[in-house]
Design a protein around this ligand. Sequence first.
Ligand SMILES: Cc1ncc(COP(=O)(O)O)c(C=O)c1O
Ligand SMILES: [Zn+2]
Length: 555
Amino acid sequence: MKQDKFKHQVWLECAACGHRTPFVRPLKACEQCGGEWLDARYDYDATREQWPAALHERPFDMWRYRELLPLHDDAHRVTMGEGGTPLLHATNLGLMLGCPHIYIKDERQGPTGSFKDRQASLAISVMKEHNVTEAVVASTGNVAISYSAYSALAGIKMWAFLTSLVPSEKMREVALYGSEVIKVTATYDQTKKVAADFAARKGIFIDRGIRGISAREAMKTVAFETAEQLPGLIGPGDTLWRTPDWYIQAVSGGMGPVGVWKAYEELIMLGLVDRMPKLACIQVAGCAPMVHSFNKGLEEAKPVLNPQTLVITIATGSPGPAYSFLARVIREHGGAFEAVSDEETFRAMHVMAKLDGISMEPAAATAFAGLFKLLSKGVIRRDEIIVVNCSGHTFPVEKHLLGDRWARTVELPTETPGVKEGLLGSLGQLNGRVRTIAIIEDDPQATLLLRRILQTRGEYQIFEAPDGAAGLELVRCKRPDVILLDLMMPGMDGFEVLEALKADEKVSDVPVIVITAKELTTAERERLGGQIETLMQKGSFTDEELLEEILKRAA
Ligand SMILES: Cc1ncc(COP(=O)(O)O)c(C=O)c1O
Ligand SMILES: [Zn+2]
């Protein structure tokens, strides 16, 4: 596509003293006070006027917001389809948790599968604009992969310093793009120092990560897109674009939430939204310096010297300067710092794949585990509008996640009887003792969720009835091992079904698990009396709790 000529003004503004200077070359520090946190600033008045018409014409990718990005000339753009990712509605997860508004910003769909592609595209473009031909980057994996892909395209030689804890598959991907891979047998924090020494000694440009402007500015586009996408999903609000109640991301340096915070400040200035989202920054318990520091009320993060986690992507013990900003923003506008265990992370990863078909890498699953925890603590309300950043690919899938029984083997006998008989015979062995379950539920979405949870174990034969009368008939005809019964149904409701079942001696002993959205009155509880095995509140049980209940009853 031909890119029209476009030039715009960008300034660097020091967060410490407010000194402003035109952005003509990357600066390490403020020329006036030496402050290291410099923010890019733009002509917001011009942008306010241009955007409504201009955005209409542009493709949905991250470059549509170019007036608020620090690249002067479009011709320097290094691009391969980054940004413009879908905002997916987490339907089954939402049903299970009782949250109708969970949305997933699907950053897996970037060119190398993580949200770092936005950062790489902008950072490498800016390097190109400033005639950088060789650069150093330190990474826990995804940044190196992404920077390597984009620097290949731009013709920039990349030196990628990785902690040796990074899975070898990721390292090989970095090498595949032609980068120099330097494996440092130390933590990520030490790796960063080695990379900086190397760059200083050789006089090579080093990517400054969150300290540089490219990374933060690129991350804003996640928030711009989300704010622009939300009205189409939840309907119009008081402003043209919309702010979610929560933005959730797993953090180590904190680049994502910092970018999102800055993006909403700018959108408020432009009048496109009228408030900030609450930011939830999630870390793994074995490396949670931000969470501990926030809980202690510290202004600056106290590093964790020895990260203990399998989630290497976010094992940064020393979080750097973003913490102080994020802590301040969260104190001012609401939000949370939360820690989850590795185990909770891997469980969330499995749940998201099973329930909504979304496979993600552990670092992204940490954010989902955080969501589950903040919901159960009541910090996030179930009716709030929640956006979770989902990044990264799962491959190769961690072995321990699936256990030993993730596949079944069919062995073909090599001798007579003939191959066909042998195959059928072998397939027959796949069916162990199949348990049968009847779902009596009038809401097709709820039925789908229950079916999905059962299907993930693959050992149930599932019968479904959309109302009470059909359910009763079904139970009498199939005599299932367990019944999942909804209470509120038009016509014959769950109470009546239960009474009819218990009065029929042929089926009166079939265990019944009542699953209801209704808060029961005392009279209703009495009416259920001892006739049911378990009462489960819709939106408050997890897939594993339900399966455990069923296993107990259908054994
Ligand atoms: C998938 C994923 N989530 C979260 C992070 C943490 O990002 P940050 O260090 O900017 O907080 C990374 C970093 O590489 C990542 O790849
Ligand atoms: Zn300054």
